[in-house]
Design a protein around this ligand. Structure first.
Ligand code: FE
Length: 202
């Protein structure tokens, strides 16, 4: 088969191309995680909003503004999380507010201070990045990072991000495949993870 001069020997390639052109498949399937990886905003015209899930009991307002939650002596595998905040129309949401909080490597939240808590504003292209550690497990939950995301003047999204390959994902009632991070080994050690948020813009 030949389209616009390109040989596409298998229908699967064409389907893959069509899926990319449509900016991923429906939430809940394997395509959802790839659709959540950083992509050119111009590659899609519409995208399902990132699902909201429960805030849980450990959110604290007024977290410090910072893109690194790392502190001297902090234990755990380093994790760089990055991605973009986009509208349902796949347009960058400049200066979107992102507020992250998570457990430490031992599965504990800092409820007296602000360790492993921080907020930031996305850049002009909707981009964000966070330096942190992979959170530990605590009873009853699979591994996750909490986050609130809000476009300027938009509705606040409260959700959680999950890690692929976790034994506890299937048994966690809050887990959703559409909230899976894409995780890779980092060149200098640790891990890198990507996730694009799709939020209601004003
Ligand atoms: Fe939690």
């Amino acid at each position: 088969m030949r389209i616009a001069g390109l040989a596409l020997p298998r229908a699967g390639l064409l389907l893959a191309w069509l899926a990319l052109a449509a900016c991923g498949g429906a939430a809940g399937g394997p395509a959802a995680s790839s659709a959540s990886s950083p992509a050119a905003a111009g590659a899609c015209s519409t995208h399902p909003l990132t699902p909201s899930v429960t805030e849980g009991p450990y959110f604290k307002s007024a977290s410090p503004e910072r893109t690194s939650l790392l502190e001297p002596g902090m234990q755990g595998t380093r994790l760089r999380l990055e991605g973009r905040v986009l509208s349902a129309g796949c347009q960058p949401v400049a200066r979107a507010l992102l507020d992250f909080w998570q457990a430490d490597v031992g599965g504990s939240y800092d409820n007296s201070g602000y360790r492993l808590r921080g907020h930031q504003l996305a850049d002009a292209a909707g981009g964000y990045h966070l330096e942190t550690v992979i959170p530990g497990l605590y009873p009853g939950r699979t591994r996750h990072i909490h986050v609130k995301v809000q476009a300027p003047g938009g509705q606040q999204l409260t959700t959680q991000l999950f890690f692929p390959g976790e034994a506890g994902n299937a048994g966690d009632s809050i887990y959703q495949p559409a909230l899976l991070l894409s995780v890779q080994d980092a060149a200098g050690g640790g891990k890198t993870a990507t996730y694009d948020f799709y939020v209601q813009a004003s």
